[in-house]
Ligand binder design. Sequence first.
Ligand SMILES: Cc1cc2nc3c(=O)[nH]c(=O)nc-3n(C[C@H](O)[C@H](O)[C@H](O)COP(=O)(O)O)c2cc1C
Length: 186
Amino acid sequence: MIEPGPVVLVSTMSGKKTNIMTMSWHMMVDFEPPIIACVMSNRDYSFDALKKTKECVINIPTVELAKKVVACGNISGKDIDKFKKFGLTPSAAACVRSPLIDECYANLECKVIDTKLAPKYNIFILEVLRAWIDRPQTPPHHPSSGQRQVRGGRRDHQAAFQDEIAFILGISVIWNADVPCNGQVL
Ligand SMILES: Cc1cc2nc3c(=O)[nH]c(=O)nc-3n(C[C@H](O)[C@H](O)[C@H](O)COP(=O)(O)O)c2cc1C
């Protein structure tokens, strides 16, 4: 009854192996820099990848992906390639090796900045380094339209967009391509 949302797909890359897991236990922690806490079970294959590589992408799925989202959350990527099995497309991220999932509405490139709570609670603290959106896609919670956009422009020029994505995500995210991968404002 107090389940948080939205359900997201977390993509990782450990060595040459990419993986995807479904996640709903996450929460916004801070605005600037944008920090997210998430719970990833140590029984999940993704746990080891996140712990080892200290990076991932949080992908915001569209409603059309609902079945695949559930499927990714009910099978381990240990012995299968979920990108292939579920017909999802990996594409290169800017700041991390973990792939973006092309079919998703938005993608947040993240680095792990704190693992202190991982041994006891499986909680990882992530900082969002870069965010992407595919506006023609149907977002998970409300309709939108427009051109595919890579984040550009300064944050104050992007207020409307930020409001939109914050609404979609149920969180607030710094949305700024002027922020390089280390999170420092140029
Ligand atoms: C809707 C949904 C939400 C989920 N949320 C989480 C979550 O927040 N944390 C978690 O550890 N597992 C969660 N899971 C379970 C993992 O996605 C599942 O164990 C998955 O198979 C792990 O994949 P992996 O072993 O390839 O990493 C969720 C599953 C579903 C279907």
